[in-house]
Design a protein around this ligand. Structure first.
Ligand code: ADP
Length: 264
């Protein structure tokens, strides 16, 4: 491997042997991390190269025939613009991942119900889809980084839109823990794929995701955001029936952002 392990005999059971084994376990973790980084860079490069190749080919076509063929000119410029947009999205997502914990959290007091109303309204307007907000309380005060929280919601709502065609429900339950669920009745996720959906660049169906513009980074970004906001993210899904993603704020999960239990 990349790192040198200590030659410790299995039978060595004294303190030195134990320390050696602990050391070797650390080496294994380091190696795994290193491999993940390498995979990440190679995946990112591959994803960036694909649109670049397409842009290059269309630019060539445009140069050769576009000046006397309007149809070709139109087709090429449309494709170039679409691929440029894809690259822009990817680079923005990569930057978000790279910056993960750099930016300070800006915790303010906000009303969760109002936040959900705003985000679903915005989604409704841009996607012409029906969203239903299900909540038993008219106001739930929370302390959070509003911009990051909205970003998290947008990723999850965006997925619900991409992978379903029905009404999308956003449900809030405020008991011992505060749970926000985004439920769609879409294509769902195969059971064997579920453990991987939070992995970077993982997509259940690459061809399909390409059509919808996804790189498989949305959920890993969402997880990263939820982590920082002190929430847990879980996903349940049944193929052909739909998917439910839960954002769970339990007040002891993280001290960085705590739900304000009282005056609700
Ligand atoms: P992408 O940008 O490709 O949507 P994500 O990281 O957001 O990537 O999601 C990873 C994969 O999980 C997606 O490619 C898709 O196959 C699946 N997925 C995510 N959300 C949903 C959903 N609401 N319904 C069905 N499949 C989903």
């Amino acid at each position: 491997g990349q790192f040198e392990k200590l030659p410790i005999e299995k039978e060595t059971d004294d303190e030195v042997g134990q320390m050696g084994r602990t050391f070797n376990e650390m080496i294994e973790l380091l190696e795994e991390n290193y491999r993940k980084q390498e995979d990440f860079v190679s995946n990112a490069s591959h994803e960036l190269r694909t649109p670049l190749t397409v842009i290059g080919s269309y630019a060539k076509l445009l140069q050769r025939q576009g000046f006397h063929d309007e149809k070709i000119a139109k087709e090429s410029t449309t494709a170039i613009r679409a691929e440029t947009d894809r690259m822009k999205t990817l680079i923005e997502q990569l930057l978000h991942i790279a910056r993960r914990s750099e930016a300070q959290l800006e915790i303010t007091e906000a009303d969760l119900i109002e936040l959900l109303r705003q985000t679903t309204m915005a989604m409704k307007t841009s996607y012409h889809r029906e969203f239903e907000l299900i909540a038993t309380e008219p106001h739930i005060p929370i302390q959070t980084d509003v911009a990051k929280f909205k970003q998290l919601l947008y990723i999850l709502l965006d997925n619900a839109v991409k992978y379903s065609s029905d009404k999308i429900e956003v449900a809030v339950e405020n008991k011992e823990v505060l749970v926000i669920q985004i439920r769609d009745r879409g294509i769902g996720i195969p059971k064997k794929s579920l453990p991987y959906v939070f992995d970077r660049f993982y997509r259940v169906d690459k061809a399909r995701s390409r059509e919808t513009g996804g790189f498989g980074l949305g959920l890993s970004l969402a997880k990263q955001l939820a982590d920082r906001l002190g929430a847990e993210l879980t996903i349940e899904s049944v193929e052909q029936l739909g998917t439910t993603v839960s954002i769970i704020f339990s007040s002891d999960f993280n001290v960085e952002a705590v739900k304000s239990n009282e005056e609700g």
